[in-house]
Design a protein around this ligand. Sequence first.
Ligand code: PXG
Length: 453
Amino acid sequence: MAKLPKSPLQQLDAAHHLHPFTDSQALHHKGARVIERGEGVYLWDADGNRILDAMAGLWCVNLGYGREELVQAAEQQLRRLPYYNLFFQTTHPRATELAATLATLLPGDMEHVFFTGSGSECNDTVVRMVRHYWAEQGRPERNTIISRHNAYHGSTLAGASLGGMKPMHAQGGLPLPGIVHIDQPYYFGEGGGQSPHQFGLQRARQLEQKILELGPDKVAAFIGEPIQGAGGVIIPPDSYWPEIQRICRQYDILLVMDEVICGFGRTGHWFASEHYGLQPDLLCMAKGITSGYIPLGAVAVGSRVAAGLIKGGEFFHGFTYSGHPVACAVALANIAVMQQERLVARVHDDIGPYLQREWASLSSHPLVGETRGLGLLAALELVADKSDNRRFDEDVGAGVICREHCFELGLVMRAVGDTMIISPPLVIGRAEVDELITRARQALDLTYQTLMN
Ligand code: PXG
């Protein structure tokens, strides 16, 4: 591809800015893609191109761009109380109101929340909280946490350790001690000829094997995303989560659901734990809690752990920006809009099923081995041979080729290896879904031409 001259902003960026999850050398060669503005489900780049954002930023802009209600909430709070903290026996009205509002939306007996500034901080909080909880129960040896390969739980030391991303572990000697992994419930990639039901049970029972191998009295908690997002929108077979919950209960292991992506309506429920009939002990949220307009995270705590923490003296943990007042004000406004516009029901009954029906139509494409989805999450698998779902060699980079064609066509769709994924704003309309599908199909056609030439 011919190299275009870089704009002054791109030059400045290359000179001074180190980006997250980015190969800096490649970026310096090309120049960063500059996004300048957003409205609804669309973005505009510095060249004036309009792009349909089928990833809602990074799985977070659930109300879409340009929502005046959220801007107003932030502005009012900035004028009234731009900052105060929640440490040392203090609160401010927005944090308390948000904690109480979340308690009405959360599944099961979750009445308490601990605020953080991000999803990663939620998961660091989880590690410290479950170990503190068990220590206070007189069981400090219950400190190992079981997670899954190819999970994503963030980029801090604890988040990246809980995550199961091999390239992340390879940089800097992770995972931390006391964090171990079992296999993921990825049926398309690893089902190996079993029925989905059998495969789901088999992968869940790896948890039991791991607990027995470690000794049940050494295990503090199991953590999982209801649907793995960054790992490739991996939707477990229906048999998986009930079996995980059964095993956690049998061995008295705390169940932690990381709903940083799945929470706030993405699956057609406030939280995906409801979809799977789960009653977690802890639940992490971030991203959609403010539609990504401002950073905020929260760990919801069920009655058992909350009772232990409340009795257990001071928990020496917290962040300067835990429950930042402006973030809490935006979260309250975000939830109010979701309720006024009945967005969760809309995803469940209307736009979710519509998107899934249209998305499934892509399965007839010669490059597509499977489509899957729930609510406004969806994935498709690119394959070299549809008859036996043989995948492309890794060095072909089929997913990256498809992603680049999407960009050329004005569509943001992510590639995780050769899995193409979407997670559009919850406010997306039917005509916009039609446009998304049309562009995705065109991108698949162009990818086919590129790969077959
Ligand atoms: N848990 C889950 C399930 C996530 O998806 C985090 C925790 C960490 O959240 P913070 O706010 O610390 O980033 C995430 C974040 C991707 C991608 O490429 C996914 C995330 C973040 C950045 C990129 O899909 N998820």
